[in-house]
Design a protein around this ligand. Structure first.
Ligand code: ADP
Length: 185
C-alpha cells in the first residue's frame, strides 16, 4: 500500500505514520527525518540542507525528488510506504506522479490530517524532542511556507485523485482509529 500522509507542520504526521507502520507493517518514509539524520551525520546532503532546515525554508524540489526516487527503490519499500513530508510542493507532486507512472504504479490513499492553526503552534512548541527549528519564529515561518507552497498540494490531489480528510484533533488513539477506518475501506 502506498500512502501519502499530508498536513501542516505539527499535525501529527510522524506520530500517526509510526502507528500505521506498526499496525499495517508498511514502512514510514519521512523526508524531514532523512534530512535531520543527514545533518546529524554531517553527510554531504546534511551540509547542503542544514541552513535551509534551520531557516524553515524548503529544500529545493530537485534535491528532494532525487532523494525520494532513490529511497523508494530500496527493497524495504517494495511492498509500499507511507510518505510523510513529501510531496510538499505541487512540482514535487507532479514529479512523484511521473515516478509512479513510470513504475506502472499508483497511490492508494492521500490522507489529509486536519488541525486548526492555534493547536498546531501549541503542539510544536511543546514538542519534547526539542528540534532546532521548533522556536516560535521557526514555527511561524514553517506555517507560512506551508500555506503558500504546500497546501496547494491538497488541491492538486483533489483534482487528480481522492483526498481522505481526517480530523486530526483528539487523542492519538482517536485520530489513529479514524485513519484505520480510511485504510480498512
Ligand atoms: P514538520 O512536520 O514540522 O513540517 P518535517 O520533519 O516534515 O517537519 O520537515 C522539516 C524540514 O525539512 C522542513 O521545514 C523543510 O526544510 C525540510 N523538508 C522536509 N521535507 C521536504 C520536502 N518534501 N521538500 C522540501 N523540504 C522538505
Amino acid at each position: 500500500m502506498k500512502i501519502i500522509l499530508f498536513g501542516p507542520p505539527g499535525a501529527g504526521k510522524g506520530t500517526q505514520a509510526s502507528l500505521i507502520q506498526k499496525n499495517y507493517n508498511i514502512p514510514h518514509l519521512s523526508t524531514g527525518q532523512i534530512f535531520r539524520e543527514a545533518i546529524g551525520n554531517e553527510t554531504e546532503l546534511g551540509k547542503k540542507v542544514k541552513s535551509i532546515l534551520d531557516s524553515g525554508d524548503l529544500v529545493p524540489d530537485q534535491t528532494v525528488v532525487d532523494l525520494v526516487a532513490e529511497e523508494i527503490m530500496k527493497d524495504q519499500y517494495a511492498k509500499g510506504y507511507i510518505l510523510d513530508g513529501f510531496p510538499r510542493t505541487v512540482a514535487q507532486a507532479e514529479a512523484f506522479d511521473e515516478i509512479l507512472a513510470n513504475q506502472n504504479d499508483a497511490l492508494d490513499a492521500f490522507i489529509f490530517l486536519k488541525v486548526p492553526e492555534e493547536e498546531l503552534v501549541k503542539r510544536i512548541l511543546s514538542r519534547e524532542d526539542g528540534r532546532t527549528d521548533d522556536t516560535e519564529e521557526g514555527v511561524k515561518k514553517r506555517l507560512a511556507v506551508y500555506y503558500k507552497e504546500t497546501r496547494p498540494v491538497k488541491e492538486y490531489y483533489e483534482e487528480n485523485g481522492t483526498v481522505y480528510e481526517v480530523d486530526g484533533t483528539g487523542s492519538i488513539d482517536e485520530i489513529f482509529s479514524r485513519i484505520q477506518s480510511v485504510l480498512d475501506n
